[in-house]
Design a protein around this ligand. Structure first.
Ligand code: PEP
Ligand code: MN
Length: 293
C-alpha cells in the first residue's frame, strides 16, 4: 500500500527509496554474520548479559566471570551512560575511560566479547580498542552523525530503538549505518512509551509485535532487551521467554550480583541464579520451538 503522506506505515516506495539496504531483497532473506565467533541471524541465539553500568573493576570482573560461566555470549555494560537526569553522586557515577579499560581487562581475563555504549564520536577510537559491538543507545537512535561515525569504524553496531520511534524511523537509522558499508548491524527493541502501562514503575511497554513486523521488511537481526522494557525484575524472565517465542535474534539482559544495590535502575537487573535459571529456560524453549517450526 502506498502512502501519499509521510506516516508510520512502511510503503513499497519506502522499501525501494528510503531504506533499500535495510530491506529484504526477497522473502526469507536474512543476514547471517559472525561477531567474535558468535553467529547472528542463524540458529544461535546470542545473549548479551551484564550490569547496567560498569560501576567498578571488581563488579565487572565478577559479572564477566559469572555470566560467561552460565553461557552468555557477550558481556554488556555502560561506562558512558545516557542518564536521564544530570545529577551524579558517588554510587551513581559514570566510570567513562576507566570503565572502558576495565571492560578490556575483563574481556582478556574471562575471554568474553564486549558490547558497550558510545555516546560521543570523540571517544570512538578508545572504545573501539575494547568493544566487539558498539551500542547506540535509544536516546541516540536518531543522532545520525554519531551513527555515521560509529558505522565508519566498521565495528558491528547495535542500534537500540528509541521508545518513541516507529519501525520506519528505526530502519532509517539502520540505513545510515549500512550506507557506510558496515553490514554487521543489529537492531534491539527495548520498550516503547505508551500512555498506559501496568504500574507506575513500568516506564515502557515491550513491543514484541515489532519483532515479526521488522523481520518482514528487514534482513537485519532483531534483538530484544526485556530488562529496560519492563523496568521490573520479576517480569524479565517471562518477557524474555516471550521475546524468544516472538522470534528474537538476540537477547540483552541486565545481570547484577546484587540487583537492589545496582548503581542504576536497581529494580530491573536479575541476579546470577535468576540468569542461570533463565538461560536454561531459554534453551529448552528454543528446543521446543524448533520442534513446532
Ligand atoms: C543500556 O542498554 O544500557 C541502555 C541505556 O539502554 P537504552 O538505550 O535502551 O535505554
Ligand atoms: Mn538504563
Amino acid at each position: 500500500m502506498d502512502n501519499k503522506f509521510p506516516g508510520k506505515d512502511i510503503s513499497d516506495e519506502d522499501i525501494k527509496t528510503k531504506f533499500p539496504l535495510a530491506s529484504k531483497k526477497n522473502s526469507g532473506h536474512k543476514s547471517k554474520f559472525k561477531i567474535a565467533g558468535v553467529e547472528f541471524g542463524g540458529s544461535d541465539l546470542p545473549i548479551f548479559a551484564g550490569p547496567n553500568m560498569v560501576e567498578t573493576k571488581e563488579l565487572i570482573f565478577d559479572v564477566a566471570k559469572n555470566v560467561k560461566k552460565i553461557g552468555a555470549h557477550f558481556l554488556r555494560g555502560g561506562a558512558f551512560k545516557p542518564l536521564t537526569f544530570p545529577y551524579r553522586n558517588e554510587k551513581y557515577n559514570e566510570t567513562r575511560e576507566e570503565g572502558i579499560k576495565w571492560l578490556g581487562l575483563a574481556k582478556e581475563k574471562y575471554n568474553i566479547p564486549i558490547i558497550t555504549e558510545v555516546m560521543e564520536e570523540k571517544y570512538l577510537p578508545m572504545i573501539c580498542e575494547v568493544a566487539d559491538i558498539l551500542q547506540i543507545g535509544s536516546r541516540n537512535m536518531q543522532n545520525y552523525p554519531l551513527i555515521t561515525a560509529a558505522a565508519k569504524t566498521q565495528k558491528p553496531l547495535m542500534i537500540k530503538r528509541h521508545y518513541g520511534s516507529s519501525l520506519r524511523d528505526w530502519l532509517g537509522s539502520a540505513e545510515y549505518a549500512l550506507i557506510e558499508g558496515n553490514e554487521k548491524i543489529i537492531l534491539c527493541e527495548r520498550g516503547v512509551s505508551v500512555p498506559h502501562t501496568h504500574r507506575s514503575t513500568s516506564r515502557f511497554l515491550l513491543d514484541l509485535q515489532v519483532v515479526p513486523a521488522a523481520q518482514e521488511v528487514t534482513h537485519l537481526p532483531i534483538a530484544v532487551d526485556p530488562s529496560h522494557a519492563t523496568f521490573w525484575r520479576s517480569w524479565v524472565a517471562p518477557m524474555t521467554l516471550a521475546s524468544v517465542a516472538s522470534g528474537a535474534d538476540g537477547i540483552m539482559l541486565e545481570v547484577h550480583p546484587d540487583p537492589t544495590n545496582s548503581a542504576v535502575d536497581p529494580l530491573q537487573p536479575i541476579d546470577y541464579q535468576e540468569f542461570s535459571n533463565l538461560f536454561k529456560q531459554i534453551n529448552s524453549l528454543k528446543k521446543t520451538l524448533s520442534k513446532i517450526d
